[in-house]
Write a protein that binds this ligand. Structure first.
Ligand code: FAD
Length: 315
């Protein structure tokens, strides 16, 4: 069976859930081999994680020398790995970095690229949701090795035992790829909550919060959920842009999405309409969000959420 390369999404060796989704998708296309850009001494722990989702091999590219630079060395490393392993497809997480490395790689190896797929089936045939979710596009790469970036929550991760054989890969990086260097990097302040795009439950607030996100955050914490926001809340300076859900924010697809004080504009829907169960709290019973929901509560979020939080905390 042909090899399918899957680039691991991780934070300092902690493998993120989208990687397991990519490995699940890769098994539809061939035999998954995971690619780890990171510290060599974290490789065994990473291999343990990814082999549970079917990774037969884990290529380890020690990034001690590369990580001071931006994405160009990673694209060069992936080019050399693709030339060595002739994969049937290469899958990246749809992160900013994943998309940039994928695009540079596509040019280097003369391959077609599809970004932001929300589903990938045998072929590989991809599904993308475009124009704020107004159209669903089915597409296929017709030249070279298909390179596909896949959005989080595009597949339910399914375990399957793989060999997880660790193999060091040492690319030779040209000086030309080392022309942009990182001077400083500041990790985002940890919130102690799950990552928005990976969370099983997302609780969001909009203009209806009036800038008071405390009921949203307390309710989210009672459920172990991530916090999201509408653009109106972000534009008002109440929440940072990293929390924005929607067309120009993040796309989430949790098991449960709770929209509070959010009207349900098309651009917000674009980022959350594929959530499995949608609940809205809105004081206007004609708010468009109610067209989309599985459960709706007509009421003031400042009353409804504290009451719900209290009930849940009691249990
Ligand atoms: P509003 O539309 O003002 O709705 C507030 C809601 O809160 C109302 O329904 C009201 O009834 C309710 N409410 C008020 N007080 C309470 C209360 N006390 N309790 C309960 N309910 C209450 N928007 C996004 O969210 N994400 C995007 O990524 C995004 N991208 C965009 C891109 C473009 C190009 C454009 C043009 C727009 C984009 N927008 C996006 C903006 C979008 O069109 C809406 O303006 C925005 O989503 C509205 O946010 P909101 O629902 O919080 O505010």
């Amino acid at each position: 069976m042909s090899e399918v390369l899957v680039v691991i999404d991780h934070a300092d060796g902690a493998v993120k859930k989208p990687t397991f989704e990519l490995l699940t998708i890769a098994r539809r296309l061939g035999e998954p081999s995971a690619v780890f850009f990171g510290a060599a001494d974290q490789a065994d722990a990473v291999a343990e994680k990814v082999k549970a989702y079917g990774a037969e091999k884990v290529y380890v590219i020690d990034d001690a020398e590369l990580k001071g630079y931006l994405v160009a060395p990673k694209a060069e490393a992936m080019q050399q790995l693709a030339e060595k392993s002739s994969p049937a497809a290469i899958l990246f997480p749809s992160t900013f970095e994943g998309k940039e490395v994928a695009a540079r790689l596509a040019i280097k190896i003369g391959s077609g690229l599809i970004t932001d797929a929300v589903d990938v089936q045998e072929g590989p045939v991809t599904t993308q949701s475009v124009f704020a979710g107004s159209y669903t596009v089915t597409a296929k790469v017709t030249q070279g090795t298909p390179i596909i970036t896949v959005k989080p929550n595009s597949a339910a991760p399914e375990e399957a035992a793989g060999a997880g054989a660790v193999e060091a890969f040492a690319p030779s990086i040209s000086d030309a790829a080392k022309t942009a260097q990182v001077i400083a990097s500041q990790p985002r302040q940890a919130t102690g909550r799950p990552e928005l795009t990976e969370a099983a439950i997302v609780v969001s607030g909009g203009r209806g919060t009036g800038g008071n996100f405390e009921p949203i955050e307390n309710f989210a914490d009672s459920l172990g959920a991530a916090v999201g926001a509408s653009r109106a809340a972000v534009d008002s300076g109440w929440m940072p842009h990293a929390f924005q859900v929607g067309q120009t924010g993040k796309t989430v697809s949790p098991q449960l999405y709770v929209a509070n004080g959010i009207s349900g504009a098309i651009q917000h829907r674009a980022g959350m309409q594929t959530s499995k169960t949608i609940v809205a709290v809105n004081k206007d019973n004609e708010a468009p969000i109610f067209e989309l929901v599985d459960f709706g509560v007509v009421g003031d979020l400042h009353t409804v959420l504290p009451a719900a939080t209290e009930e849940i905390t009691k249990r």
